[in-house]
Design a protein around this ligand. Structure first.
Ligand code: TRP
Length: 450
């Protein structure tokens, strides 16, 4: 029934697992979402809780997903179905969440593409005050057709990568471009640290103020950790199904986690000094990074070059993330519905394009249309990060901790006994007890049940 192995092998190929997994993890979640939710949730204390969530929950659950994917070599639905059909719902949650995430992620990706072009044309550099940047951003996103155009172009780029099987090329360029993004972030953070608001920004990001913790801070940090690492909804199951038998899953997960966290913290170091220098509110929401960055670039020599290169790198980082989300749906449709890969990819592209169109318009033309008081864009962002990802994570750790044969998990961690693995017991303990208990408590806390 599942004889698609020659197709499946295209992704990643001989390239390292770290590269594809990091490509999925490092994206707008680090550079756009992390600063905006950290700014909205108290800064330092959020960062502390976030790092706790990454280590205690994100890392073990990433390993759990790797094990499920590589032991079954199936898409997210097929993988859980093959292990225990009653748990297939985890896979369906994955496909649904990937679809909903793409709905708003494609929109933000479109903005980064638009900002790349406007960096080149000099339009971005023509302003100077925080109010002007904010007004400019509002103008960008509420325009009925322009952001839509960029979003659709970005969707087509994602489709082209998936459909033409050029993942190898993309990942190979990511090998060069990711370190470049990293270097630029370091350069920008040095520039930010020399700004007048640097001390205040650093205090905001690194000095925890425990009086700011609420139930929703915990859930937001947890959701952001899962979102940034790409865990909770089977992306890593899907990717691990393409990993080689000799890939060291523990090293891969550890490297990806550290890299991803480092990029998020660096983004914070770049953004917050500038936020306080320009007098922007840290709680500005999704617009925060887009209204802060132009001011950073404007203060630099060769601002147009910095700004263009940075947004271009952001486009690439976003692309390697949308590819991974697209692949979750495409692999599912291809293997479970028995569509050709081509049709599966088109179905994914067209359906996510429809959702992204509505999400884009919900910030302008369709602004009056609210779901629980939120625009469709905000509702998709909120519901996936704060509900579907933590729920998927909860069921993943319960499944791998309690249902999956521990021997099977150990075989994956140790590559059938060829690697020494001393953390198996600790991981099982985290997956059985620590992760589910924390997730349940945080959920109950948010529902106001105790
Ligand atoms: N982690 C990516 C980012 O930070 C986004 C992403 C890709 C994602 N795949 C995912 C988020 C799966 C949640 C689940 O930009």
């Amino acid at each position: 029934m599942h004889h698609h192995s020659h197709n499946r092998a295209t992704l990643g190929g001989k390239l390292s697992a770290v590269l594809v997994a990091a490509g999925s993890s490092v994206g707008l979640g680090n550079i756009w979402r992390f600063p905006y939710v950290a700014g909205d949730n108290g800064g330092g204390v959020f960062l502390l809780i976030y790092i706790g969530c990454v280590l205690l929950l994100g890392l073990p659950i990433m390993l759990a997903e790797f094990a499920v994917g590589r032991t079954t070599r199936r898409n997210a639905v097929g993988a859980y179905h093959a292990l225990d059909r009653r748990w297939s719902f985890i896979g369906y949650n994955s496909v649904l969440a990937a679809f909903l995430i793409l709905g708003f992620y494609f929109v933000v990706s479109g903005w980064t593409a638009e900002y790349t072009v406007h960096s080149l044309t000099g339009e971005l550099a023509s302003l100077s005050t925080a109010e002007e940047y904010a007004a400019q951003f509002e103008g960008f996103i509420s325009n009925p057709w322009r952001p839509l155009l960029y979003t659709l172009l970005f969707i087509l780029a994602t489709h082209a990568v998936i459909a033409l099987g050029v993942q190898k090329g993309i990942e190979r360029s990511a090998k060069v471009l990711m370190p470049l993004l990293f270097i630029i972030l370091i350069a920008l953070s040095i520039h930010s640290l020399l700004m007048p608001g640097a001390a205040e920004g650093m205090r905001f990001l690194f000095r925890p103020d425990f009086s700011k913790v609420t139930a929703s801070t915990l859930l937001t940090a947890l959701g952001q950790a899962f979102f940034s690492l790409s865990v909770g909804i089977g992306t890593m199951v899907t990717y691990a199904s393409y990993f080689k038998p000799e890939t060291n899953l523990r090293h891969t997960a550890l490297n990806v986690t550290l890299l991803d966290t480092l990029v998020a913290v660096l983004a914070g170091v770049v953004i917050f000094p500038a936020v306080f220098t320009a007098g922007i509110a840290p709680s500005s929401g999704p617009s925060l990074v887009f209204i802060t960055l132009p001011g950073i670039f404007n203060g630099m020599p060769l601002s147009m070059v910095w700004s263009t290169v940075f947004f271009l790198l952001l486009v690439v980082a976003a692309l390697t993330s949308t590819i991974s989300l697209h692949e979750v749906i495409t692999a599912y449709l291809h293997e479970e519905w028995h569509l050709s890969r081509r049709s599966a990819a088109w179905l994914t592209t067209l359906s996510t394009a429809a959702l992204a169109t509505l999400a884009s318009l919900s910030l302008g033309l369709l602004g009056g249309w609210r779901i629980c008081g939120l625009t469709l864009f905000d509702a998709l962002d909120f519901a996936t990060a704060n509900i579907l990802l933590p729920l998927g994570g909860l069921f993943t750790c319960i499944f791998v901790g309690w249902k999956l044969d521990p021997e099977r998990f150990r075989e994956q961690l140790s590559n059938h006994g060829t690697l020494r693995c001393r953390i198996h017991g600790l991981l099982i303990f985290l997956l059985r007890w620590v992760c589910p208990v924390i997730l349940l408590l945080v959920f109950l806390d948010n529902l106001g049940l105790y």
